[in-house]
Design a protein around this ligand. Sequence first.
Ligand code: PMP
Length: 422
Amino acid sequence: ARLSERERLLVGRRQAVLGPAYRLFYERPLHIVRGEGVWLYDAEGTAYLDAYNNVASLGHCHPRVVEAVARQAAELATHTRYLHDGVLELAERLLATLPEAIGHVMFTCTGSEANDLALRLAFAATGGTGVIVTENAYHGVTLAVAALSPSLGPGVPLGAHVRTVPAPDAARQADAGFAAAVAAAAADLQRHGIRPAALIVDTVFSSDGVFTDPPDFLAPAAEAIRAAGGLFIADEVQPGFGRTGEAMWGFLRHGVVPDMISMGKPMGNGYPVAALALRPELVEGFGARARYFNTFGGNAVAAAAALAVLEVIEAERVQANALTVGARLREDLRALAARFPRLGAVRGAGLFIGIDVEHPDSRAPDPVAAGRIVNGLREARVLISATGPLGHVLKIRPPLVFSEAHAALFLERIESVLVATG
Ligand code: PMP
């Protein structure tokens, strides 16, 4: 790829000091120096339409969040072992968005840690260790959750206590298929002498290829894991905080109450803050035996950031925006797919959209063409990525303040890329 002298130097420095485990986006990597709203700016001042970042869900550097972080950082930045209003107000506000049965929140810095804690609690509460995940799930980076993240590939072995089930692709299996697969996986664990502890799923199945419909297939799956003695954990790191438009949390679309709910990413709009919300009974025994202290989890600045995020979600009606702009964008993308045979099914909820890229004749998945579209859009100064087990699903997941005008610009650019890439 045509890199500038400066970009080549940065790539070299990166490899020298960060080592080989890091990956850059795009064939021609981007050197981003500033963000504002739905725009990212490179070192030359060129603007890129961000249709991918779900951390800066309220738009990059949202002034109200920046102000709340700066104000709190100037006043007090310390942990949860002193009395402080901020973390309590945040916990109360979060619980008010969750079902009645969910009564506690425990704070972490990352989604990985929240899932790791969920596992510890599930093991303690059920006496089991068996975990069921989807075939291409991602749940994080700790040793425990990497072992149940098949999307990391064959280089990261799954635990012997882990079973996978196909993602609930409505086009390929009946509604009841997902619950039946969970029941079969639980039975397989038991046959191997492993007691099931949990079914954990990302409620929009983002790394599996974005499966959001029909919005009811999770309830029978939760029943199936509970019937086997395990818990149902909703990983809301991707769908949470209004992303799906229809609800604040992805699981709410499915009319199911999870035992535990992990959240992160957009929670601080860029400031690292994450959490696990749960049924109080689940931490009773654990809390009697063990203490939980996460040095930076729920610190005063993190709490201020997350409180500001909750306020902006309401004040700017971002969930409603995700609903209307997302629905319209999917409709327009379906019209585009009807004209460009490389595009297949368009799925999603709110501003979380997946589009299959396929060989026009055989309809077989085409990750190479998906890569061409992603890199073509990058050259056209629009940022998206691809997902799914084969990497053939375009993943469109802009900040929730994406407007109709931004969506129109996106459509114009993707159309010209489709024309150019054939
Ligand atoms: N769960 C899901 C569904 C995720 O997408 C991610 C992050 N991509 C995580 C957990 C882990 O979160 P973090 O990177 O904050 O540890």
